[in-house]
Design a protein around this ligand. Structure first.
Ligand code: 13P
Length: 248
C-alpha cells in the first residue's frame, strides 16, 4: 500500500510572520495517522521552516534546484546546498517553471540528475495545457515529459511524480476524480517501461485546485497517492484537512 503524501507548494508567497503562523499551526495540529506531509517554501524561508518543523513529522523541501553542482551560476541554488540545510524534497519541472522560465524536458532531466546525486527526494511534475487536452494530446504530452525527465537516470528509487494539468492550477477547475484517475493510471503504465522504477511502489500525486472538500474523493482513486497543493496549502486549516483526508 502506498502511503499518501501531501506536499504544500507555497510558490512565491509568504513572509517571516506568515511562515511562523502557518507552520506553528500545521506542526501543532498535524493529525495522527494521516498522510506523510511536506512543505516547500521559497528559498529564503527554508531555514526558518526547517527550524519550525524540526522534530515534527512535517518535512521541508524546495521548489526547484540548479542542474549544476556548484560554480559561477549567479542566483542558482544547488541540490547539495538544499541537502546541507536539511531539506528532504525538491519539486522539479513545475509547469510555472516550464512556462515562465522556459524549462525544457532536458533541463528538468539535468536537475533531476543533480537532485538524485545529492540525495534529495524529487517530485517531478508533468501535465498538459488546456489546448493540449482539447486537442486530445494529453497522454502524448505527459508521456513525453516523463520520458524526457526519467530516461537514463542513475537511480529512481523514491521518485514521486505529480500530475498537474495546467488548466487546473489556480483556476478552481479540478480534474474530475475520474479524469485524474485515468491519467494517473496512464502515468503508472508509462513508469513500467522506465528502467529502475518499481511502478507499483511509485507515488503519483495530483495537483490543481486541490481543496479540503475535494481531497478525500481524489485520494479514494486507486492510482492517486496524494496531492501537491498550491493555494490551499497557505491556509493551515485547509492544508490540515487535506492531510487528514490521506492515510499514513
Ligand atoms: P493550486 O492548488 O493553487 O491550484 O496550485 C497547484 C500547484 O501548482 C501545486 O504545485
Amino acid at each position: 500500500m502506498r502511503q499518501t503524501l501531501v506536499v504544500g507548494n507555497w510558490k512565491m508567497h509568504g513572509s517571516r510572520a506568515s511562515v511562523a503562523a502557518l507552520l506553528g499551526e500545521v506542526v501543532g495540529s498535524l493529525p495522527a495517522g494521516a498522510a506523510e506531509t511536506a512543505v516547500c517554501p521559497s528559498y529564503v524561508h527554508l531555514a526558518q521552516a526547517l527550524e519550525l518543523c524540526e522534530g515534527s513529522a512535517v518535512a521541508v523541501g524546495a521548489q526547484d534546484c540548479s542542474h549544476m553542482q556548484s560554480g559561477a551560476y549567479t542566483g542558482e541554488v544547488s541540490a547539495q546546498m538544499l541537502v546541507d540545510m536539511g531539506c528532504r524534497w525538491v519539486i522539479l519541472g513545475h509547469s510555472e517553471r516550464r512556462q515562465y522560465h522556459s524549462e525544457s524536458d532536458n533541463l528538468v532531466a539535468a536537475k533531476l540528475g543533480a537532485a538524485i546525486e545529492a540525495g534529495l527526494r524529487p517530485i517531478v511534475c508533468v501535465g498538459e495545457t488546456r489546448e493540449q487536452r482539447e486537442s486530445g494530446e494529453e497522454e502524448i504530452v505527459v508521456a513525453r515529459q516523463l520520458r524526457g525527465a526519467l530516461d537514463g537516470q542513475i537511480s529512481l528509487a523514491g521518485l514521486v511524480v505529480a500530475y498537474e494539468p495546467v488548466w487546473a492550477i489556480g483556476t478552481g477547475l479540478t480534474a474530475s476524480p475520474e479524469q485524474a484517475q485515468a491519467m494517473h493510471a496512464f502515468i503508472r503504465k508509462c513508469l513500467v517501461d522506465v528502467n529502475g522504477i518499481d511502478a507499483d511502489a511509485t507515488r503519483v500525486l495530483y495537483g490543481g485546485s486541490v481543496k479540503a472538500d475535494n481531497a478525500a474523493e481524489l485520494f479514494a482513486q486507486q492510482d492517486i497517492d496524494g496531492a501537491l497543493v498550491g493555494g490551499a496549502a497557505l491556509k493551515a486549516g485547509d492544508f490540515l484537512a487535506i492531510v487528514g483526508a490521506g492515510h499514513g
